[in-house]
Design a protein around this ligand. Structure first.
Ligand code: ATP
Ligand code: MG
Length: 657
């Protein structure tokens, strides 16, 4: 290999990363924390071997779990000059192989690959004479998916599900019957789901000598990223690919295991050195992604994490408590605008939440603020099935003659949604039924919001409000803030991260009841924190809707790290700040002169609340001033220069020349 190429591939690596890159062919395990450069190490290792002529690019298979991550691997490999390497998801690699080998597996055409399990689940439930509504069908589909990913056959389902502590919202015996019927339906219709795809590929290699020989001839060097989240089915396929070989490099972080509920397990990663006693095991501890402040918090949240920050100092993470969700979302939107004013691009900012239903408040607040956003790994609120159905039903109910007098808007809305199966208490357990309930609860929250600002609002007004929100949120964004669940954020990074809705019951989620489940919730928070390069904001709301009872508690995971609650949660009142704050006094003096000059009352310039907010936040730029509640575009244009000058300590100017 020429010296140039070696230098380039080994440049920008620290000692441990370099050790992983040059470790001899054979089993390698990189156990590394968040942001330590795992993907960098993996891609450089492949490039080092390919460019050095030790391995042929066509013999390499790199796999990961999401399409986006696979794309990331491919583009980094290309940038390093290692073209021709296959970097795929487990599914796309399997699909390619199964399609290629199908004529030898069976005479006919390859069975159809299902996008969704739902039609077959419905047919299966019907054949079992089980009536299941929309959301429940999705719960059944998830449970069947878990079973197949865990290599559980229908006959063993009840015993295995019980042992694994599964709690689907149906008797296990019913799930078993539907599962068995589901497999029959697919066989009859000659169709396969995503798990069958992996299973059939593995079985073809396991059972047919010639197929095995061809696969093992073609692929000789394997890499798996995010290996902590591999499930038994994927592991079986990986084993089939490997055959007798041991040229396998796995990369992962046990502290970021967040898919146990779908059957994934970090035990494969942890047990790697036991399975391959000669394995090189490399640990990386330097975090290149995040500042000292972000890393310090991550290490406190997850005591097993021993990250050492390399990115220098940055702002402290902020903690904020709000009265209700719309207030929290509005504050986040203002802060996003302020950061954009400071030069942090919108695509470098993300709002992360625990459950998808939480996105609505942020979709609305960002739409209100004219800030484009992209929703990752979830459907936009108003596109969700249950939300579309709810809106249709509400529209149907909003006929003038059917307006009920005397009943509150939220309870009228709740009545309509009851027909869709909405109840006061959420369904137990995780899953689609719970998600749907949360979406409907969010709609009632919107009704509570509207009733709070306009007590006379009726159902017709509410339907119009929903339509306006849906329109505002449907504007297709070009570049925007990322809204994503914590699960979908894995492996990604942004300059600014907002972790929102951090209340007990949401994180940890209510149905996380065992200590193991609570620990997985803690890891989710850890994953969220470690997505931030520099700016990190943690917030929660004490009530869902404005005027609601402020009965929620900040996430217990924050107890040890956030500032003393007495300070953090004391509502900032005008009275508390007014008397002797010198900045406020100077702002008030300026307001008085300005009001006199303009011949208006002082509160027309800025009311007290706004002036207090300006004094408290002491904005340093137009953008930050624009982020203060009560400062609209018009006021900004009229007063920004003077206010900022006063805050900088200039003499209070007169507005008149
Ligand atoms: P995660 O656990 O979140 O998936 P990771 O371990 O895969 O993280 P990467 O995404 O590969 O980490 O790297 C994190 C960031 O640090 C990236 O922006 C990467 O470019 C940068 N980085 C990694 N190693 C180095 C290094 N030696 N020098 C400078 N920057 C680095
Ligand atoms: Mg990664």
């Amino acid at each position: 290999m020429s010296g140039d190429v070696v230098d380039r591939v080994l440049a920008d690596l620290d000692d441990e990363q370099r050790e992983a890159v040059i470790a001899p062919r054979g089993p390698v395990c990189i156990l590394a924390g968040a942001g330590t450069g795992k993907t960098r190490a993996v891609t450089h290792r492949i490039a080092y071997q390919v460019l050095g002529g030790q391995v042929a690019p066509t013999h390499v298979l790199a796999v990961t779990f999401t399409t986006r991550a696979a794309g990331e691997l491919r583009s980094r490999l290309r940038a390093l000059g290692a073209d021709g390497v296959q970097a795929r998801t487990f599914h796309s690699a399997a699909l390619r192989q199964l399609t290629y080998f199908w004529p030898r597996i069976s005479g006919g055409a390859r069975p159809t690959l299902l996008d969704s399990k739902l039609p077959a689940i419905r047919a299966a439930a019907a054949s079992c004479r089980l009536a299941v509504a929309g959301a429940a069908q999705r719960d059944l589909a998830s449970e069947v998916e878990w079973a197949k990913a865990a290599l559980v056959e229908p006959d063993d389902y009840v015993a295995r599900a019980r042992a694994a502590g599964r709690e689907p919202p149906f008797p296990l015996e019913d799930v078993q019957r539907v599962f068995a019927a589901y497999e029959r339906v697919n066989a009859e219709r000659e169709q396969i789901d995503f798990e069958d795809l992996l299973l059939l590929t593995a079985a073809a290699i396991e059972n047919q000598r010639t197929i095995a020989d061809e696969v093992h001839e073609r692929y000789r060097h394997f890499t798996v990223d995010e290996y902590q989240d591999v499930n038994p089915l994927q592991q079986r396929l990986l084993d089939a690919w490997l055959g007798d070989r041991d040229d396998l490099c796995v990369v992962g972080d046990p502290n970021q295991t967040i898919y146990s509920f779908t059957g994934a397990s970090p035990d494969y990663l942890r047990g790697f050195a036991r399975r391959f006693p000669g394995a090189s095991v490399v640990r990386l501890v330097r975090d290149y992604r995040s500042t000292n402040q972000v890393v310090a918090l991550a290490n406190r949240i997850e005591p097993e994490s021993r990250l050492r920050a390399q990115a220098g100092d940055g702002p402290e993470p902020t903690y904020a408590s709000y009265d209700d969700e719309p207030a929290e979302a509005a504050a986040v939107a203002r802060r996003i605008a302020a950061l954009r004013g400071e030069g942090v691009a919108l695509r470098e900012q993300a709002v992360l939440f625990r459950v998808n239903a939480q996105s609505e408040a942020y979709e609305a607040a960002l739409a209100d603020a004219g800030i484009p956003y992209l929703l990752r790994g979830g459907e936009r609120f108003f596109d969700r099935r249950e939300v579309r159905e709810a809106v249709t039903r509400l529209r149907g109910a909003a006929r003038p003659e059917s307006e009920t007098v005397g009943e509150s808007l939220p309870s009228i809305v709740a009545d309509v949604l009851t027909a869709m199966g909405y109840g006061d208490t959420p369904p137990s357990g995780a899953g689609a039924a719970r998600d749907a309930w949360e979406s409907l609860r969010a709609i009632i929250g919107l009704a509570e919001e509207l009733a709070a600002v306009n007590p006379a609002a009726n159902l017709t007004d509410f339907v119009a409000e929903l339509a306006a929100r849906a329109d505002a949120q449907h504007a297709p964004p070009v570049e925007g803030v990322t809204l994503a669940s914590l699960h979908a954020a894995k492996g990604l990074e942004w300059d600014a991260v907002f972790l929102v809705g951090l209340v007990d019951g949401t994180l940890p989620i209510t149905h996380a009841s065992t200590p193991e489940q609570v620990e997985e919730e803690r890891r989710l928070l850890y994953v969220g924190i470690t997505r931030a390069r520099r700016h990190l904001s943690l917030s929660w709301a004490l009530a869902r809707a404005p005027g609601g009872r402020r009965s929620r508690k900040p996430s217990r995971f924050l107890d040890a790290v956030r500032p003393a609650p007495a300070v953090a949660e004391r509502p900032k009142s005008v009275k508390a700040t007014l008397p002797d704050d010198p900045t406020f006094a100077r702002l008030r003096e300026w307001r008085l002169r300005r009001a006199q000059d303009d011949g208006v009352a002082a509160f027309i310039v800025f009311d007290n609340k706004t002036l207090v907010a300006i004094a408290e936040r002491a904005p340093a730029s137009h953008a930050e001033l624009a982020g203060v509640p009560g400062v609209g575009p018009k006021k900004l244009e009229m007063y920004a220069d003077e206010v900022l000058a006063v805050l900088r300590g200039a003499d209070v100017p007169s507005a008149l020349p």
